[in-house]
Design a protein around this ligand. Structure first.
Ligand code: EPU
Length: 418
């Protein structure tokens, strides 16, 4: 087991590069199975979550070739329609394979998927959506069996906005008979770029990026080259790092236009920053004001930045309310910030009050999940003394070689293998 050891309190400066977006790459890799043609995907982050999905795809017959951040994928034939239970238990995005596999082979067997421990994470909307597209689904103790000869167009009104369900149904509907309309759909940038790619290879999708998406089914799709967009969560996390302990940090290879709600917060807090087309520069060292934040679907404040942002609020002047509306288990990591000296009161599982600024002190911590894990890293860099974080597999799931990139900014962080 590896852990991070961080000596906090050092001010950072320099340039840090953003990798390709995990949550865009996962979907595009799954979409490659819609066709038997060769697809080339560039700017793919080398992270555990992607590697697990690739293992799952290789098991079902995808040929995968990796050269740096470029992947070549081709699924000439489906070798098995049974998804590996061990791999599925590690990655929730497995459920994205169901649509493409049903299109290719008419049957899929999938155990209940895993993923970050941030709430119950049910898959009821996937099930409902695939059923509306015409799939027959049986559930038993070990998982689900899906059967469907040909998806049929339908109208689905989301009872709750869901990113991955929007993507999964959009993908499945590309080759359905007739037209599918998804209403109250999610609008995240990752959905827009997935639709752009699918249209390029022959799909007929309109409205992705708005809450109504119309998909006219086509007979077949081909494949093409796709460049994964920069990860907006990484970019936002690094900007928060800059506001916390940066003198002058420039975040490059990013899309600031995907993070408008974060910049609006920075404005309210009095943080000094500059935006370019593909870069952001943050000048720390200024006194920052407390602000209330409520997570929301895009373009609202993204739930994946709530954890680093809460660390920032521990250093802001005044009282802030953090309201996590998307997941029911995504604030428990604040106990660890309290152990470090933060003044945080949990009102209920969805809301905490943060009183700042407070000095933080190095502690031994465990990374509970991906984003909270990065929040622990941030807190460790701010804190006085040494912080030890274990279970860093959780951080590696989404941030590639994070310690090396932070070291370039002057951070004292090292990976220790026990
Ligand atoms: N939900 C259901 N039933 C379902 C599916 C979702 O009730 O069948 C609920 C969820 O429990 C949650 C809400 O709907 O309360 C919204 O969840 P959503 O489905 O939008 O989340 P997701 O698609 O599973 C993606 C990202 C998450 C990110 C959320 C919200 C991927 C692979 N994951 O998850 O990313 O937090 O959208 O933006 O795209 C991360 O990167 O650390 C991460 C967790």
């Amino acid at each position: 087991m590896s852990k991070f050891i961080i000596t906090g309190g050092k001010r950072l400066s320099g340039e840090i590069e953003v990798m390709g977006a995990k949550n865009a790459a996962l979907k595009i890799l799954a979409a490659s199975i819609l066709s038997d043609k060769k697809m080339i995907v560039t700017n793919v982050p080398n992270i555990e979550e992607i590697n697990r999905l690739l293992e799952l795809m290789e098991a079902i017959g995808t040929e995968v070739h990796r050269e740096g951040s470029t992947l070549t994928l081709q699924t000439k034939e489906i070798a098995t329609t049974e998804l590996d239970p061990t791999l599925v238990s590690k990655i929730r995005a497995s459920v994205l394979l169901v649509g493409p596999l049903l299109i290719r082979s008419g049957e899929v067997r999938m155990p209940h998927p895993g993923g970050c421990a941030i709430g119950q994470r049910p898959i009821d909307l996937f099930i409902e959506g695939y059923k509306k597209l015409g799939a027959e689904i049986k559930e038993d103790n070990d998982g689900y069996t899906f059967k469907c000869k040909k998806f049929k167009g339908m109208t689905y009104i989301f009872p709750k906005i869901s990113v991955t369900v929007t993507e999964a149904l959009m993908m499945a509907a590309t080759m359905a008979e007739g037209t599918t309309v998804l209403k109250n759909a999610a609008c995240e940038p990752e959905i827009q770029v997935l639709a752009e790619y699918l249209n390029r290879v022959g799909a007929k999708i309109e409205g992705a990026g708005t809450n109504t998406i119309k998909i006219e089914g086509v007979k077949e799709l081909t494949a093409d080259t796709y460049e994964v967009i920069p990860d907006r969560i990484e970019a936002g996390s690094f900007a928060i790092l800059g506001a916390l302990i940066g003198d002058d940090i420039k975040i490059v290879n990013c899309r600031p236009d995907h993070l408008e709600s974060l910049w609006a917060m920075f404005d309210r807090m009095g943080i000094d920053y500059q935006l370019g087309k593909d870069w952001v520069q943050v000048f720390g060292g200024v006194k920052i004001k407390a602000v209330d934040v409520q997570t929301h679907e895009y373009p609202g404040f993204v739930t994946d930045l709530q954890q680093p942002f809460t660390v920032l609020l521990t250093q802001a002047d005044g009282m802030s309310l953090v309201h996590e509306t998307i997941f029911e288990g995504r604030l428990f990591y604040t106990d660890m910030l309290k152990m470090m000296g933060a003044n945080i009161i949990m009102c209920d599982p969805h809301r905490v009050i943060v009183n700042g600024p407070t000095k933080l002190y190095g502690r031994r911590l465990t990374s509970p999940d991906l984003r909270a894990g990065f929040a622990m890293v941030l807190a460790g860099l701010v804190a006085e003394g040494t912080t030890e974080i274990d279970n860093i597999y959780q951080i590696d799931r989404g941030y590639s070689q994070i310690e090396k990139r932070l070291q370039k900014l002057g951070a004292e962080i090292k990976r220790v293998v026990d």
